[in-house]
Design a protein around this ligand. Structure first.
Ligand code: TXA
Ligand code: MG
Length: 325
């Protein structure tokens, strides 16, 4: 048995090393502007199987395929509807994932047997140079154990998957901080499958009205949109904290707040997402904030909902799912 230290992943900015491991069908954690991904060769079932294994993710939940240019995207999709084209031009590279009819070279394991493949061109300089050097795309879910909060720093990945991932490419803290917006097309309709880093308003500015899917645990069309997701280990409530303040002493309560602290709870157990009330900044801090409350010496976490507009919708979606048990 190897000594423990040699089984802990290496963290660094060495693209050569990441390339070499990926070419050997190993997994590598990669930075993106949304969250860190756990990447493997999307064209190799062995590599993709390793991703599912490391994340402990059920194989009915399909993965997003990442590459660095539209020309490469066209190698693994059969067609690109006009509205998809417009979204790609407007938002790639960026926090947008498109569901498109897939070519056969994408293994079934990537798409969970669906006829569509989820595709994204991420916007992070390190990962873009990595992708540009590979002659295969990378399948990459968020680099967290299935069901837990997505990682927004290399340290988050190391804390949770450190013993199973040989290399973590460190690109600093993620600038967007929540996952990509997923858009698909069905019978002429444009559907938002997951709210994310691009607001519904911005999607609609580009292609006109869209429908936002309501998620449920049993919706076969959005296999990964499980209701209880992005969840800390501690119970999360999105009620006003006062409603339970007689059940827990103030020291046992962690608060996730939008703009300001509350005097009734110790400051050390509170996270303010954006003192100036900026929704992009709040998104950037959301997952790190939930993680720090999850490790704080509190028993429960009370989260405040943000304004239901722009990125506030995606943030609230994550909070509701973190609170769903
Ligand atoms: O920002 C992101 O999208 C990050 C970074 C790493 O790119 N990735 C990410 O992947 O959030 P993941 O696996 O955590 O979430 C992907 C979601 C899942 O809910 C999955 O069910 C859905 O995309 N998905 C993938 N392929 C799909 C398909 N063909 N049809 C419907 N949903 C799909
Ligand atoms: Mg995820």
């Amino acid at each position: 048995m190897l000594p423990f230290a040699s089984r802990v992943s290496v963290v660094g900015t060495d693209i050569d090393r990441a390339c070499a491991l990926l070419k050997e069908d190993q997994v590598v954690a990669i930075p993106t502007e949304t969250v860190y991904g756990l990447a493997g060769n999307a064209l190799r079932t062995e590599a993709v199987a390793r991703i599912f294994e490391v994340k402990n993710r059920p194989t009915f939940d399909p993965l997003i395929v990442h590459t660095d240019c539209l020309e490469k995207v066209l190698r693994f999709v059969r067609e690109m509807p006009e509205r998809a084209q417009r979204l790609a031009e407007r938002f790639w590279p960026g926090p947008l994932t498109l569901l498109l009819p897939r070519q056969d070279l994408i293994p079934d394991l990537v798409t969970a047997g669906l006829d569509t493949v989820a595709v994204r061109i991420p916007n992070h300089p390190l990962t873009r140079s990595l992708l540009a050097r590979l002659d295969f795309p990378l399948a990459a879910p968020s680099a967290n154990p299935f069901g837990y909060i997505s990682p927004t720093t290399a340290q988050h990945v190391q804390n949770q998957l450190g013993t199973q991932v040989p290399y973590i490419l460190d690109g600093g803290p993620c600038q967007i901080g929540i996952e990509s917006t997923i858009v698909g097309f069905e019978l002429g309709r444009a559907l938002v499958y997951r709210l994310g880093g691009i607001s519904v308003e911005d999607v609609e500015k580009a292609i006109g009205p869209v429908e936002v899917m309501t998620h449920s645990t049993s919706n076969p069309r959005a296999p990964g949109s499980l209701q209880s997701h992005y969840a800390p280990r501690k119970p999360v409530f999105i009620r006003e904290w006062e409603s339970l303040s007689n059940e827990y002493p103030p020291e046992a309560i962690g608060l996730l707040r939008f703009t300001e602290l509350l005097s009734a709870v110790p400051t050390r157990n509170q996270v303010v997402l954006s003192a100036k009330g900026d929704l992009s900044e709040a998104a950037q801090h959301l997952f790190a904030g939930l993680r720090s409350l999850d490790t704080a010496p509190v028993k429960v976490i009370f989260a405040e909902l943000l304004p239901e507009k722009g990125l506030g919708r995606a943030i609230n979606d994550r909070l509701r799912r973190a609170a769903a048990k």
